[in-house]
Design a protein around this ligand. Structure first.
Ligand SMILES: Cc1cc2nc3c(=O)[nH]c(=O)nc-3n(C[C@H](O)[C@H](O)[C@H](O)COP(=O)(O)O)c2cc1C
Length: 268
């Protein structure tokens, strides 16, 4: 059960969200890459404007050249235009996106390495997830630098990470290939939304033994999330959204267990 927030807490939280800014030391404020990184937002409204092929190719190239463990490049990208997505999945790309990439962890293509680690499925899976996620973030930032906005999705109705089993069948994924996230790309329709609540730097950094986020800051974050969600989606709520995820997570857990460990998860 999530906490209830009073009207005053709601107003305070919204004011904090809309006024929050990245903290950038004045000496580095002019750095254009930093500006791109710190100005990025997940965008959920895209215009009809198409992404030119050369721009999209540059975005994919950024993914191709991403860093990876031992340069293993444990990834594959399922790449779609709005038309090919509609044809393949029978529905539009979410949020009117103009291109989409389903990012997959791929421990399958490199058989010589995969065979060496066949008795370490969790490590193999984790390495694939780490590397492919870095490629995803690299594509996301390359897009941003080219004026193309994006959002990473784990839940899209049918085509995200939470539907790993469906995607395995639909994309004919062999063992060792795992759907991770769907990145939707497009030109933003309207201004960027405010930054959702981010934890302060002094709560997430530590030297020596783990310290963790203080309970007061954790509660403050949760209240801002509840308020921010209500402001953005008045007919829904953060709690309701979590319940929607929860309903699908059980199936995803089963699907992934089968894919990672090649056996059903024991539920006892
Ligand atoms: C792996 C991953 C999965 C995500 N899945 C979803 C999703 O299913 N639906 C959605 O609306 N946003 C999704 N997001 C976007 C997050 O909600 C967003 O990154 C977060 O709220 C922070 O906002 P920001 O990206 O603007 O900083 C996802 C982000 C990541 C990195």
């Amino acid at each position: 059960m999530l906490p209830k927030i009073s009207p005053l807490e709601f107003v305070r939280a919204i004011v904090r969200i809309v006024t929050a800014k990245p903290h950038v030391p004045s000496t580095v404020q002019g750095n254009p890459l930093l500006k791109t990184i710190l100005g990025r937002r997940s965008i959920r409204h895209f215009s009809e404007r198409e992404i030119p092929d050369d721009v999209f190719t540059a975005i994919l190239e950024a993914g191709r050249l991403a860093p990876s463990t031992v340069n293993l490049q444990t990834w594959a990208f399922a790449v779609f235009t709005a038309q090919s997505w509609q044809q393949f999945f029978g529905r539009p790309i979410p949020f009117n996106g103009q291109r989409a990439v389903i990012v997959l962890g791929d421990a399958h293509w490199n058989k010589a390495i995969a065979d060496m680690f066949s008795d370490s499925p969790l490590v193999t899976y984790t390495v694939a997830v780490i590397n492919a996620s870095l490629a995803a973030m690299t594509m996301n930032l390359a897009a941003e630098s080219l004026g193309v906005s994006s959002v990473m999705l784990s839940e899209t109705g049918r085509t995200g990470f939470l539907d790993a089993g469906y995607l395995k069948q639909k994309l004919a994924l062999p063992d060792g290939v795992f759907p991770l996230m769907t990145i939707v790309f497009g030109y933003a329709k309207g201004p960027y939304p405010p930054m959702p609540p981010k934890l302060p730097l002094d709560q997430i950094c530590f030297t020596g033994q783990y310290r963790g986020v203080s309970p007061a800051i954790a509660e403050d974050w949760l209240k801002q999330m509840i308020a921010g969600y209500k402001a953005a989606y008045p007919l829904s709520s953060f709690e309701r959204q979590l319940h929607i995820y929860r309903a699908k997570i059980g199936q995803a857990e089963q699907d992934l267990s089968r894919m990672v460990f090649r056996r059903d998860r024991r539920l006892d």
